[in-house]
Ligand binder design. Structure first.
Ligand SMILES: Cc1ncc(COP(=O)(O)O)c(C=O)c1O
Length: 442
């Protein structure tokens, strides 16, 4: 059918998805696709979960919209309590947005205003890292360090500081993988000094870097050191758990693997589970009490933040995850998925590294086993893999530029948290067929 949509790639034909159940999507011709990446690491409990759909319908029957400046509603109250109870430390307060970028903007502005509240108004800068991604709104893009996504907008971006990433494959400090003293942490400290600690409000990090480094897990001690730097220089720590949160990695929050208590946590994607656009900002008592004891207001926000229908969806999604023990399943099936992907890694020269935690796994592609010998970006390997997979009925998430920001091809495999062993086998078998079709040598 002809339509008037402005598509991301104007020369492509997009299949029309007419129905979906679990991790299977069906298009208008009847072709089925296994969604091995939950769309964009979003449909974390799969499609068609009756409890969630019924919960949304029930909320629609009660009340569809209230504005947060004048009213509150039961669904957002309940979801705030649930998230507060699941959060580490005294991260007790919650506000809502309609997605990840919005949640990040909220956190950035909250960090800025926190320092106005406590009479340190010079602090406003947000330090992040190269090869991280925090959203496409201009503030979030400025903070982020995804070179490809920043490129066309670079004259419009705000000048925030960027430290080097924890990229052990091509260490920016030329250390051997596995044999370093976390030189990248020293670079973080140098960046704080370059920007001036008196100007820095927050450090913003993805605990496990998703798209920009194709699931890069920090070394032991890395996140703890970031927390210590934040304490040392009176800087807030913002953990961006938009991709990693809500059970994706086998903990509700990825930071829980390292016992880190951030001052702010952002969530989105899996929180609404693809049933509805939803993001959240989880806020520490320290920040809350600064506002409580001073201006008593933080008025930044969005029309749809905390609306009852989105909150009801989030409430059902999180309850479904907890009731069905899906965080544990993410750990267990994640281990199995990782072991199967590692088998492929051993078997094929073109697979450079496989990494993962819970059901959040990445696979990088190289020439003949050398982790640094990437394909030229112009070969478009990531796009070719993703497109071939789609033709063969498998949905994968591409991670282009995942070695040095420009070069490096990778894919993210992140199926729903309720997969069983047979689903994992199906995904890995289909993936192997896709790779063999593309790479003629092994
Ligand atoms: C870590 C991270 N933060 C923030 C965002 C932005 O989320 P959204 O696309 O919902 O604005 C993304 C999106 O991929 C992400 O991966």
């Amino acid at each position: 059918m002809d339509d008037c949509l402005f598509y991301p790639y104007l020369n492509k034909q997009y299949p029309v998805i007419v129905s979906a159940k679990g991790m299977i999507l069906t298009d208008s011709s009847g072709k089925e696709y296994i969604d091995a990446c939950c769309g964009a690491i979003t449909t974390n409990i799969g499609h068609g979960v009756t409890e969630v759909i019924d919960g949304i319908k029930a909320q629609l029957d009660k009340v569809t919209f209230t504005h947060r400046f004048k009213f509150t509603n039961e669904a957002s109250q309940q979801l705030s309590v649930l998230l507060s109870n699941l959060s580490p430390g005294e991260n007790n307060k919650v506000s809502f947005a309609s997605g990840g970028g919005e949640a990040i903007e909220f956190a950035i502005k909250l960090a800025r205003e926190y320092y106005i509240e406590i009479n340190k108004p010079s602090k406003y800068k947000i330090i992040s890292r190269w090869q991280s991604f925090h959203g496409n709104t201009l503030g979030a893009l400025s903070a982020g360090g995804n070179i490809l996504r920043r490129k066309r907008y670079s004259p419009m971006l705000i000048d925030f500081g960027h430290a080097s990433p924890h990229n052990c494959i091509i260490c920016p400090h030329l250390k051997d993988n596995g044999n370093c003293a976390l030189e990248c942490i020293n670079d973080f400290e140098r960046t704080i000094h370059r920007e001036g600690p008196e100007n820095v409000a927050a450090i913003l990090i993805e605990p496990i870097v998703g798209t920009s480094l194709c699931v890069s897990i920090p070394k032991e001690g890395y996140l703890q050191s970031i927390r210590e730097l934040c304490n040392k220089y009176d800087i807030l720590m913002i953990a961006d758990e938009v991709m990693t949160g809500v059970g994706r990695t086998g903990q509700f929050y990825a930071v829980q693997y390292w016992d880190i208590v951030p001052d702010l946590i952002t969530l989105a994607k899996g929180l609404g589970g693809g049933y509805i656009p939803l993001g959240a900002i989880v806020i520490s008592e320290k920040i809350y009490s600064a506002f409580k004891n001073n201006s008593q207001s933080f008025t930044h926000g969005y029309t749809f933040g905390g609306n009852p229908v989105a909150s009801a969806a989030g409430l059902e999604v999180v309850n479904y995850i907890l009731k069905n023990n899906l965080i544990h399943n993410s750990q267990e099936q994640g281990k199995y998925l990782l072991s199967k992907l590692k088998e492929l890694e051993k078997k094929y020269q073109f697979i450079g590294e496989v990494s993962g935690l819970g059901l959040f796994t990445g696979m990088k592609f190289v020439k003949k086993k050398n982790p640094l010998e990437t394909f030229p970006a112009s070969d478009q390997i990531t796009n070719k893999i993703v497109d071939t997979a789609l033709n063969m009925g498998l949905v994968l998430y591409g991670a282009q530029g995942c070695i040095d920001g420009i070069n490096g091809d990778g894919i993210i495999i992140a199926p729903p948290l309720n997969v069983v062993k047979e689903d994992v086998d199906t995904i890995v078998n289909r993936l192997e067929q896709v790779l063999l079709k593309l790479f003629s040598y092994s």
